[in-house]
Design a protein around this ligand. Structure first.
Ligand SMILES: CC(C)(COP(=O)(O)OP(=O)(O)OC[C@H]1O[C@@H](n2cnc3c(N)ncnc32)[C@H](O)[C@@H]1OP(=O)(O)O)[C@@H](O)C(=O)NCCC(=O)NCCS
Length: 172
């Protein structure tokens, strides 16, 4: 059983679930899933973006998670955390977010950041606090999502959140 399966089983959520890395031809299905969740779709196939998906018995994506690292790997931009509507409010999204935080910490990231206009309370429960979006844009200037948001002007409308990554576990 993978680390992710343990995390999800521990929460009593989708005990048979297992997260798999999403690359290549599988990006299309994840793009459709994230479109339903109204999340950013571009850059999903960029080598710097790490993505995982969880699937139900029929292969349909039920949850996803991921992040992008700054070039110096000190900062992680969490993105693409989503749960299918029917599976929400059962701890699944928290487990998916913690998985990304733990993987980013394992890669050496010291600080996690994300943009979220709608889901602040969810991220606050995971230890995130409101952050300065320009500081975030500076720390993660070379990431796909920051470059996209800066070039389209969306950056000025975004809400930034951050938390330190301590101990390499990504929980808290
Ligand atoms: C945000 C999202 C991933 C949460 O997934 P989830 O499985 O419902 O999350 P959890 O069950 O782990 O929620 C943990 C806590 O976060 C809070 N929370 C979750 N969704 C919330 C929402 N929409 N509004 C306010 N608080 C919310 C709640 O306090 C919840 O605890 P509770 O159910 O005991 O009250 C899911 O709603 C989703 O996919 N939304 C669309 C995509 C998105 O906005 N992703 C985040 C940006 S990357």
């Amino acid at each position: 059983m993978s680390t992710a399966s343990h995390a999800l089983a521990h929460l009593g959520v989708a005990p048979s679930a297992s997260l798999t890395r999403v690359t290549g031809e599988h990006v299309a299905a994840l793009t459709a899933f994230l479109d339903e969740a109204d999340l950013t779709l571009s850059g999903l196939d960029a080598p710097s973006v790490r993505l995982w998906a969880d699937r139900g018995p029929d292969g349909t994506i039920t949850g996803s998670t991921g992040y992008e690292l700054s070039v110096d790997r000190r900062h992680a931009l969490i993105r693409s955390v989503a749960v299918s509507p029917a599976a929400r409010r059962a701890g699944y999204g928290s487990a998916l977010a913690r998985f990304a935080l733990a993987r980013a910490a394992e890669e050496g990231a010291e600080h996690a950041w994300l943009f979220s206009r709608r889901s602040g309370p969810f991220w606050q429960k995971l230890g995130f606090v409101a952050a300065d979006r320009d500081a975030m844009a500076t720390a993660l200037a070379d990431t796909h999502q920051v470059r996209l948001f800066a070039s389209t002007g969306q950056l000025a409308r975004e809400v930034a959140w951050s938390r330190p990554l301590t101990g390499g576990r990504g929980d808290g």
